[in-house]
Design a protein around this ligand. Structure first.
Ligand code: ADP
Ligand code: MG
Length: 327
């Protein structure tokens, strides 16, 4: 494995407009990204994602800490380091609004020192891949936000840099284009072995696209782990059980004594118990309680839990201890 982006103890604070107060937007953030990886920076609004991305692409200078791209320290070899990076920031700033779709692609390719002839084939390919062929002569300011976003990503790809940074790539675009963008990003990673760092406050996007996620809250990393591990951590021990008859008072008392996280509702035909087990072996304790009255168990399901629930639990600090020991 080759580390391609290495972020070390980054700090950045902004001065408030009034007074001498500072906001610590990024607080001691460190992570590494391997070649070919798709890393998600996840966190609520104001968490520090954009600030982190802007430092990695050289638009903001960190107060302290360092960033290396392919082993080159940005504070010493900024131009060489940034050669390997292209970024799509919020608001599609890397486009010329008064140029057409095709002109934008040609213009930015030219900026990177490529001739029109050299990139002709590649531009055709991108127009096809991004479903923009029919709009190639349209001015950018007349495109929908979703199409502008697709074009911004296409422009970034044309640079052929190894690392692509995407800040909130599906924010503010319609659902359908959002799915299209996700599909395109998945294709890019599968087929071209590029490395992507993307930020999102939308766990669904991260769950769908990323191998690994760094979760940021209030400028600090709360978790750095494989998405799959995080899901497993919380999913394994949540059960939904339907019973053939209500629990007796005696059973309910035992349940209270043994378990802290559960919800029991007996006010329907089949009583339902939703329970989180601290250890999976605890399921036997639970069944002992049922057995005392021969309570029939009709169904037992491991609850499906989505990343949003995982995220909320982490941000609220639940299960912090177990998370720390899992990585
Ligand atoms: N130019 C700025 N001046 C002052 N404060 C800022 C500026 N940019 C961001 N912030 C503050 O820094 C924090 C992190 O912001 P940001 O990196 O944009 O978070 P995110 O992208 O996760 O929403 C927030 O509290 C935000 O209000
Ligand atoms: Mg942001």
């Amino acid at each position: 494995m080759e580390t391609i982006v290495d972020v070390n103890h980054l700090n950045k604070s902004y001065k408030m407009r009034r007074g001498k107060e500072h906001i610590q937007a990024v607080n001691d953030v460190s992570f590494k990204v391997q070649k070919g990886e798709i890393l998600g920076l996840l966190g609520p609004n104001g968490a520090g994602k954009t600030t982190t991305i802007k430092m990695i692409c050289g638009l903001l200078i960190p107060d302290s800490g360092s960033i290396s791209i392919k082993g080159m320290d940005l504070s010493k070899n900024k131009l060489q380091g940034l050669q390997h990076i292209s970024a799509v920031l919020e608001g599609n700033r890397n486009l010329y609004w008064r140029l057409t779709v095709r002109e934008n692609l040609e213009y930015f390719a030219g900026n990177r020192g490529k001739s029109r002839k050299e990139v002709y084939g590649r531009i055709e390919e991108l127009l096809e891949q991004f479903n923009l062929k029919g709009k190639e002569h349209e001015l950018v300011n007349r495109l929908s936000r979703g199409m502008q976003q697709k074009l911004a990503i296409a422009v970034a790809l044309l640079a052929d840099s190894e690392v692509i940074l995407l800040d909130e790539p599906t924010l503010g675009i319609d659902i359908e284009t959002g799915y299209e963008v996700r599909q395109i990003l998945r294709d890019i990673v599968e087929k071209s072995n590029r490395t992507i760092i993307l930020s999102s406050h939308d766990m669904d996007v991260i769950q769908d696209l990323c191998d690994r996620t760094v979760i940021i809250n209030h400028g600090q990393i709360v978790v750095d782990d494989k998405v799959e591990n995080l899901m497993r951590l919380f999913a394994v021990r949540s059960y939904t059980i339907t019973l053939g008859q209500p629990l007796t008072d005696q059973q309910e008392i035992l349940l209270q004594q043994e378990f802290s996280h559960y919800q029991y509702s007996a006010d329907r035909i089949e009583p339902i118990l939703e329970i989180d087990l601290a250890k999976s072996e605890n399921i036997y304790k639970l069944f002992d309680i049922f057995k005392k009255e021969n309570t029939p168990v009709e169904t037992i399901d491991r609850s499906t839990i989505n990343f949003e629930q995982v995220f909320m639990k982490i941000v609220k600090g639940e299960n912090g201890h177990e998370l720390a020991s899992s990585s």
